[in-house]
Design a protein around this ligand. Structure first.
Ligand code: NCD
Length: 328
């Protein structure tokens, strides 16, 4: 695997391979010494042009647990704030010998451009690009679902028979997009629920059911997994719904809806949460909620991605399958 840019071009074998390596990494994370020497001497740069808390520290923890050197580079406070382009920044990082660049950028497609550019000969991991994709978030979500469903017997399994309902601001959500591709590749059945104004216009290529009424959807397709999305006010230029009370009454997971869910339905949220808007405090903190597991699992999944990008060719086990080849 040369880059990890989207889940749309991950096939089933690649996806299961990543999740299985993440299982190995999770075992390391439960040890007293949570460290492997696999990436000693490698340099990972976290290049963040957009705010982030958990994704950036998760990648940092993942790289450090694999013994890589980590450079954190945020756009604010750097020359990017002075107008430096992605090209100049990339060339600076290349001159410093970066082996992998973890890129978060407000423009959809920026990680692909960096990977295709020739400005830098490093593996590129997309850590969220505009409203396009956020592949490691979807991988950690799939990993979390698989563990809740199959427990210790997760290795090698897919998600067939799992019904996932994703609710909220689909229009602006790179998390939803990456999950749609990955979860359906893994065999899950995906339903998207949103107000009409927050649903993308042309969804003919999306392998999903679309619903606008949350209660009807919950009745029609009782979910194994209910994934609530953040209302991304920073990406909205106008009014997409009448007011926040109306939104949470119709599309939020409030206490009343929480009480109506099938007994074994799990509740997910990628964070950061707007408590009281898309999810109630009781739902976020309930035993069904996987919010904290998602954060823990994020480190294992990002270790797996960095490992397969940077060490996969020279170390065994684990080694990459022949299908985890260059995407360029
Ligand atoms: C998501 C993101 O940045 O796309 N958050 C995250 O990575 N944990 C989702 C969000 O911001 O709502």
């Amino acid at each position: 695997m040369r880059h990890l840019l989207s889940t749309r071009d991950l096939d089933l074998a690649d996806a299961i391979r990543l999740l299985d390596v993440a299982e190995d990494m999770a075992t390391v994370s439960t040890r007293e010494v949570k460290k492997l020497p696999a990436l000693r001497g490698k340099t990972v740069v976290n290049l963040f042009f957009e705010n982030s808390t958990r994704t950036r520290i998760s990648f940092e923890a993942a790289a450090k647990r694999l013994s890589a050197d980590v450079i954190n580079f945020s756009a604010s406070g750097s020359s990017v704030a002075k107008g430096e382009s992605l090209k100049d920044t990339a060339q600076t990082l290349a001159a410093m010998g970066a082996d992998a660049v973890v890129l978060r950028h407000p423009s959809s497609g920026a990680p692909q451009s960096l990977a295709d550019s020739g400005w830098i000969d490093a593996g590129v991991i997309n850590a969220g690009d505009g409203t396009h994709e956020h592949p490691t978030q979807a991988l950690l979500d799939a990993f979390t679902i698989r563990r809740r469903m199959h427990g210790a017997a997760s290795r090698g399994t897919n998600l067939s028979g799992v019904a996932v309902t994703i609710v909220g601001d689909i229009l602006h959500s790179r998390v939803a997009r990456s999950n749609v591709w990955l979860l359906t590749t893994l065999g899950a059945q995906v339903t998207l629920v949103a107000p009409p104004t927050l649903m993308p216009v042309n969804m003919t290529a999306w392998p999903v059911e679309v619903e606008y009424d949350l209660d009807r959807s919950l009745l029609r397709t009782p979910p194994s997994v209910l994934m609530m999305l953040r209302v991304q006010a920073e990406r909205m230029s106008g009014d997409f719904f009448p007011n926040t009370r109306e939104y949470s009454r119709r599309w939020g997971l409030d206490d009343e809806r929480l009480g109506r869910l099938p007994e074994d339905t799990i509740v997910m949220h990628p964070g950061p949460m707007n408590r009281g808007l898309e999810i109630s405090a009781a739902a976020a903190d309930s035993a069904r909620s996987t919010v904290r597991e998602q954060v823990t699992n994020g480190v294992s999944v990002r270790m797996a991605a960095l490992y397969l990008l940077l060490a996969g060719e020279r170390l065994s086990p684990p080694t990459p399958t022949s299908r985890m080849r260059a995407t360029t």
